[in-house]
Design a protein around this ligand. Structure first.
Ligand code: NAD
Length: 271
């Protein structure tokens, strides 16, 4: 059985622990780490049958086969080099950190040098399976259209720089159009989906992103359109926020659990 260590004991970390405890994922939950020790200890004590140890990162990576990063983009910078140098595979949730080309190249190189695998779950979006299949031949165009309630975009550098008065919008308004690389700088808190699509498809410079502020909308809606040698497809997801962390879509946690299940299962369906 693979031994796993979870870094980040918030909503997604908690969902993974409970899935392992309920026998949905055939892995041993070996250890937990969180920058706030109390969060990890609270999670440990909420589990009934699993008793993972709380460990500092340096110790955790010595005992596990797979590290799950479900903490923050900052954590990616500090955690991944330590885990990869220790020979651990890593599953990454804070994918937005990979928009930084320098960091991306450094981490990919470490994974190659240490013969480790990096897993990026689909997260809050649907269609990564089709995009993966399509990338086996030429892809001409990938477009992500994200619709969010205006409050979900407030405080973003692009909104502040352009003086966009989100609260005054009365109808769906296209507020940003550009490459994924530009979107990541303009809306750094909304980058995970754009980053996952860019990594799976044609990269940050060629992936097109449109962000629409939609008053009256209560869910985050992501549409991906892909055109390539295979033909074209469009996917659309309307995400419910998770009950514990409204910034995280419930689907993102389910996708993390599902990726672990797939890793542990000898039978794998889907690309
Ligand atoms: N891939 C996707 O589509 C997708 C979707 C939703 C969320 N996410 C990302 O997944 C991550 C986890 O989401 P969540 O809802 O569980 O968040 P959360 O805020 O509920 O939990 C994060 C936990 O990580 C801890 N943490 C933060 N920085 C840390 C560090 N440097 N080292 C150790 N622990 C640290 C925090 O104390 C907290 O307990 C976030 O970065 C979020 O942006 C990705």
């Amino acid at each position: 059985m693979l031994k796993i260590g979870i870094v980040g004991c918030g909503f997604i970390g908690g969902q993974i622990c409970r899935a392992i405890e309920h026998g949905e994922v055939g892995m041993e939950l070996y250890a937990l780490y969180d920058a706030t020790e109390e969060k990890a200890l609270t999670l440990v004590s909420s589990l009934e049958t699993c008793r993972p140890a709380y460990m500092e990162l340096e110790k955790l990576v010595e005992g596990v086969d797979l590290v799950v990063e479900c903490a923050s983009q900052t954590a990616v910078r500090s955690i991944l080099p330590v885990a990869l140098k220790a020979g651990c595979d890593v599953m990454v949730l804070s994918v937005g950190a990979f928009a930084d080309r320098e960091l991306r190249e450094e981490i990919f190189e470490l994974a190659r040098t240490h013969n480790c695998k990096l897993y990026f779950p689909s997260g809050a979006v649907v269609g990564i399976d089709g995009l993966n299949s399509a990338s086996a031949a030429e892809i001409f165009r990938v477009t992500l259209t994200t619709r969010k309630p205006p409050r979900g975009l407030s405080g973003a550098p692009f909104v502040l720089e352009h003086g966009i008065e989100l609260e005054k919008l009365e109808e769906d308004t296209l507020i940003f159009k550009g490459s994924a690389a530009e979107a990541v700088r303009a809306f750094p808190a909304n980058v995970n989906v754009a980053a996952t699509i860019s990594l799976a498809g044609i990269g940050f410079e060629r992936t097109e992103v449109r962000i629409i502020a939609a008053p009256g909308l209560s869910r985050n809606v992501h549409e991906i359109s892909v055109e390539g040698a295979f033909g074209k497809f469009t996917t659309r997801v309307e995400n419910l926020p998770s009950p514990e962390n409204p910034r995280t879509s419930y689907l993102a946690a389910l996708s993390a659990v599902s990726t672990l299940k797939k890793l542990a299962n000898p039978i794998k369906v889907g690309t």
